[in-house]
Design a protein around this ligand. Structure first.
Ligand SMILES: NC(=O)c1ccc[n+]([C@@H]2O[C@H](COP(=O)([O-])OP(=O)(O)OC[C@H]3O[C@@H](n4cnc5c(N)ncnc54)[C@H](OP(=O)(O)O)[C@@H]3O)[C@@H](O)[C@H]2O)c1
Length: 292
């Protein structure tokens, strides 16, 4: 039986993917053992440790790469370089011995979009910080000529779910509502699209099960205004938010809208959760203390 290695399995998305693959195993015709990795079981920044853990593994093994230093913990040049090194060490250790590689990228590869832009897989890349640059670098590295195994890349917008520890954007807003802090919104309507960690897990399972490869914008496809997002969280939390409006616009206020037709064509079996239901459910989880 092949092994499916989840790198970054202690993180909010990696945990959701590992849980789903394990729970679905008895239902699936695809048989693989799930192996969870984090920095304590293998520090991906240590090439010797990575070689010891992964060199010589069977060629039928699958890899889901969720390990990263994420910008919510500080978008430094060092963190960006570390993200590149982590992936590079693993690819060196595998030396091409891999049946399928799933990589979690970010819509940050596009940078702040121009007014009115609807982003898809062919939109120009304009990373504007070390984290986004490390994602562009990693995507390119996984398309290099020496990579002969199948690769699936998901470009994710903000992800929320019960194991995000309120560190997602939705979680930070929910925390403010819970604690009675004022949420300051931009002066104009700003659109956002967030996806659930459970949907990312379902997409990953589908990619592994069907062998679907390529790069996909994995958004819900239905952007909502930040004010509406706050209202959905209020409903789930059963608490009112205190909302103020900023006077000055910022470059970060650009709308985020995504064309997900390519995702739907490739992963029609996965129904992406609209924020209208997902964020209410998220608020309910938080209200019941289920978010860790
Ligand atoms: N969350 C989002 O909204 C979002 C949006 C777009 C893209 N993404 C991408 O999705 C992936 C997962 O994100 P996440 O939110 O789940 O991140 P997270 O919760 O911060 O988890 C990061 C994971 O990476 C592991 N890791 C960090 N440094 C490591 C090292 N030196 N060696 C081995 N493992 C290491 C961590 O292990 P330890 O716990 O042991 O440190 C943890 O398991 C990342 O690639 C991220 O860039 C996330």
């Amino acid at each position: 039986m092949a092994t499916c290695h989840i790198l970054g399995a202690s993180g909010s998305i990696g945990r959701a993917i590992a849980d789903r693959l394990e729970q679905r195993m008895p239902l699936s015709t695809h048989r693989w053992v799930v192996r969870r990795w984090d920095s304590s079981s293998c520090d991906l920044l240590d090439p010797d440790a990575v070689r010891a853990a992964f060199a010589g593994r069977p060629g039928g093994d699958r890899y889901v790469f969720c390990a990263a230093k994420v910008p919510s913990r500080g978008d430094s040049a060092d963190a960006g370089a570390d993200n590149q090194r982590m992936l590079d060490h693993l690819l060196h250790a595998l030396a091409g011995s891999c049946a399928h590689f799933v990589f979690l990228s970010s819509v940050d590869v596009y940078g702040p979009p121009l007014d009115g832009a609807v982003l898809d897989e062919s939109s120009p890349l304009a990373p504007d910080g070390p984290y986004a640059e490390s994602k562009v670098w990693s995507e390119k590295r996984l398309r290099a000529v020496d990579i002969r195994f199948p690769v699936t890349t998901f470009r994710l917008p903000g992800v929320y779910g019960p194991s995000d520890g309120l560190r997602s954007t939705a979680g930070l807003l929910a925390r403010k509502i819970l604690e009675g802090d004022t949420i300051t919104l931009p002066p104009q309507t700003v659109l956002r699209d967030f996806v659930t960690a459970a949907d990312v897990a379902a997409l990953t399972e589908s990619a592994l099960a069907t062998g679907t490869v390529g790069t996909y914008v994995a958004a819900s496809g239905y952007s909502l205004s930040l004010r509406r997002i706050v209202a959905l969280l209020e409903r789930g939390l059963e608490l009112p938010a205190s909302v103020a409006t900023r006077t000055e616009p910022s470059q970060r206020d650009a709308d985020l809208r995504f064309d997900t037709r390519r995702l739907h064509e490739a992963f029609g079996d996965v129904e992406m959760t609209p924020m209208t239901t997902g964020l209410v459910r998220y608020g309910e989880w938080v209200r019941h203390g289920m978010n860790q």
